[in-house]
Ligand binder design. Sequence first.
Ligand code: OGA
Ligand code: NI
Length: 197
Amino acid sequence: MNEKLYEKITDTLVNDGYIVIENALSPEISQNLHAYINALTVLKQAGISASNSQHVDSSKRRDKTKWLEEDKGIQSEYLAFILGLQNYLNRALYLGLNEYESHFAVYEKGDFYETHLDAFKHSKNRVVTTVYYLNNEWNKEDGGELIIYNEENEFLRKVTPYANTLVIFLSEKFPHEVLPTKKTRYSIAGWFRVDGH
Ligand code: OGA
Ligand code: NI
């Protein structure tokens, strides 16, 4: 059922190294995930959950981004889609992807993420990045766009973090940044990895 989309993703990754897909999954998956992250956020802000964690990823990340590391909470349909993609990429491109790590991320007003790569060159760790957005309304003045650059650090693409937009790119090839957001911004960042050697 997802084969056509997997094929498009694979072809575009081969040709361009990155792809931006609007209305990527079913509206139900998008709505369920939005409701889930929204509920998690409310719980954590109320201090009910014990697993609230601050997570500093690199020296370039000086924001107050809150990582909600409840991978298992991701609705199973989303993970089923991801697993299908992993299998398709492995079959088509022999990537040997054998793990997917992901986090719900909440950027509060004023948060940003400076230009960075998700993987160090030749580290073979994070191979393919996915970012899936969960914001039902987003206006120009809300900021928080993802900016994707090429290997020469030239501007490639500006992505509005609308619900159900999925961005996929080769982790070590595309520097990217999140512009300061003017309101709470939800996403799921994930990485296909090659582990175990
Ligand atoms: C990341 C990242 C982008 C986004 O978590 O590494 O670049 O739009 N996220 O949330
Ligand atoms: Ni990143």
